[in-house]
Design a protein around this ligand. Sequence first.
Ligand code: 6PG
Length: 249
Amino acid sequence: MVGPLTPVVHVHADPTSAARAVAERLGGLAADRRARGERFRLAVSGGRTPEPMFRALADAPGGPERWRDWDVFWCDERLVPPADPRSNFGSARRLWLVPAGVPTGNVRPVDTSLPLEAAARAYEVGLRGVFGEAAATTFDAVVLGVGPDGHTASLFPGAASLRARGRWVVGEPHPGQPPRVPRVTLTLAGLGAARHALFLVCGDEKRPVLARILEASPTGRRGPGLPAGQVHGVESTEWFLDRDATPFA
Ligand code: 6PG
């Protein structure tokens, strides 16, 4: 029985193929929502891996009309201005949102002009305004990466943010990996309320950590509790890997 706790792993020949597969999956999920007259609410991550996915989304046919019922959020953000090359919003804006003509009213970045805790709380207030205070599910999809240490979004191993209760968004003042700027991040609760969790992970430097996360222990528990191993979609969890990152290819 494949359920949200049973990750489905897709292995692709190279990073571009894996990224295109995620873009296609998102298009399919969005089409399902549109068929129901619902909006498609997506949260994306930063770093290098999503860049070819943003380009694939920008190349999708249909023009700006395609994005009319998409709402774009972030799984995490660095507390820098959008024009800063480290900005996750800035990266998506440059590679996808502007080239594809995604309506600016559909784009919901973190307000990084605020101090860290205020930025986190403002983002959470915004999310609860969109989804409702006690929503059982939030985003239709979250697209996540994994760091070599097993972090995802800006949830780092051993961080207090992993134990945040009752919060969908927190500030992370001391990231465990570069860029070492303060971060705003969805919590495990914030990520875990998403219907579909899609991980996009490429490159042989990620193979050791993926072996730890995807291995099934005798108890069936996945991985030794690394943050990326603790995120599961309410309906599905899928891993889109290239061959270099795949521990069992
Ligand atoms: C961030 C990301 C982060 C990223 C991993 C992998 O803001 O840094 O959200 O969680 O997904 O660090 O980064 P790469 O794709 O650059 O390897």
